[in-house]
Design a protein around this ligand. Sequence first.
Ligand SMILES: N[C@@H](CCC[C@H](N)C(=O)O)C(=O)O
Length: 274
Amino acid sequence: MKGHGTENDFVILPDPEGSLDLTPAVVAALCDRRAGIGADGVLRVVRAKAAHDPTAEALSGEAEWFMDYRNADGGVAEMCGNGVRVFARYLVDAGLAAPGEFAVATRGGLKRVTLGPSGDVSVDMGPPVVQGEGRATLAGEEHTGLRVSMGNPHLACPVDRPVRELDLSRGPDFDTAVFPEGVNLELFRPVGDHHVEMRVFERGSGETRSCGTGAVATAVAAAVAAAGPSAPPGEWLVDVPGGRVTVVLDGRTSHLRGPAVLVADGEIRASWLR
Ligand SMILES: N[C@@H](CCC[C@H](N)C(=O)O)C(=O)O
């Protein structure tokens, strides 16, 4: 199955009983946009108790399903905000979960999703963790911004020109002592009241057309840039190359809302996989 959330796209692999051997090489081959299916990442849909993952095991009492998320380069990541929304849409579409509210286990902890039989999907992303200032260099330009953990690491930096003018063809340079696990870099510019535009270079996937965890990190950085560290709660619109997501910061947790679309069903040929 192929799906996307604001054009952040995923290969969805149903593996309820945890029988797939999903090596980094297989993930990278599936995500290859010329020789494979093509995607920013893979979502393996596996029962939490069958996932062979200690976090999934620990959460299996509260969530039936574990989102085993992999980046396009085959590496694992703790969380994917668009991925978990597409994952939830798949579960409901496949009759594996009922519309309404339910929990999904992820490496970044339990995430509660809310969705109807069709339409947008919302997820409680948990409290963003602000970790102070950080910097990275992209295309010869130094960017300073806020380090935010959404389970996965982010650096969200304001820029003073339209984001379409930025060069994200290559990844950022950064201090590996500050970002030992790597970093997702978001560059954003305010375009209205509680409204920003953003582009992202994702760890393990390169530039993508949207990033849910990055949108929340960006909303946090934009709120802090506008009103200081004790910025009031609010709702932010985040425009990305693939569309628009909404982020709600309520002072306790964060919510991400936006489209989650299933595009195609299909089968992977065993001969190709070999
Ligand atoms: N696109 C995702 C984030 C995916 C993980 C990221 N590349 C990482 O390595 O942390 C999102 O929507 O949040």
